[in-house]
Design a protein around this ligand. Structure first.
Ligand code: UDP
Length: 194
């Protein structure tokens, strides 16, 4: 696997389609995976914020979420094939997961938004098994969201809490799960909810 490092952030050299194929292979092989989709703002922030850089170091894959990263890679003489966004990755995983009957868990956004997101995924991808979901406004020091989610053994865990909260949640809770692809997807639930 090839990586392109931009300001200390190692991006996976991949296309959107190859990335989806790779993640599905990781799901099928039950290999725990932590994905960060990083735009230029996140690259800048990671260089100023040790907490975020620590998450970057723990990620299995970091993909170029935005044309700004792709342009920076070209300017540095180490081009990346194309942008690979959190939203597009999520939608492609839902499309294929519909056929493969993936189990998913969703965490994040306002209560009405996550409920609408669940409704829309059910309607559009009936083959997907939404094993559980929770809104993104919970007491961080007193909840059992991860324990409950882990017991449901989801294949895909989409976390939409914004950066760096979503990466914090994933790194704090991944150990509780025996498998799963964890991906921080920012404002994607807001888009899917419509
Ligand atoms: N969000 C959340 N919990 C929080 C803060 C934000 O679930 O404590 C959700 C918010 O409702 C939105 C998503 O995280 O659906 C992305 O938030 P934001 O736009 O602030 O993050 P960014 O896209 O800038 O990373």
């Amino acid at each position: 696997m090839k990586f392109v490092t931009i300001m200390n952030v190692p991006f996976l050299h991949t296309t959107q389609e190859d990335f989806v194929t790779l993640l599905e292979k990781r799901v099928d092989e039950k290999q725990k995976t932590f994905v960060i989709t990083a735009n230029p703002e996140i690259v800048m922030r990671a260089n100023e914020d040790p907490e975020l850089m620590n998450y970057v170091k723990q990620a299995t894959y970091i993909c170029a979420d935005g044309i700004g990263v792709v342009k920076a890679a070209s300017m540095l003489g180490t081009p990346l094939p194309e942008r690979v966004t959190g939203y597009d990755t999520m939608v492609r995983l839902l499309e294929d997961g519909d056929k493969k009957r993936y189990k998913i868990f969703l965490l994040g956004a306002q209560k009405e938004t996550i409920e609408k997101t669940v409704e829309n995924i059910h309607a559009t991808y009936p083959g997907i098994d939404i094993v559980g979901y929770h809104d993104g406004f919970f007491d961080w020091d007193n909840n059992d969201i991860a324990e409950k989610a882990a017991a449901l053994k989801p294949d895909l865990i989409f976390v939409a809490l914004g950066v760096p909260r979503q990466e914090r949640w994933i790194t704090q809770n991944m150990d509780k799960f025996d498998h799963g692809v964890f991906i921080g997807v920012g404002g994607s639930f807001d888009v899917i909810a419509g």
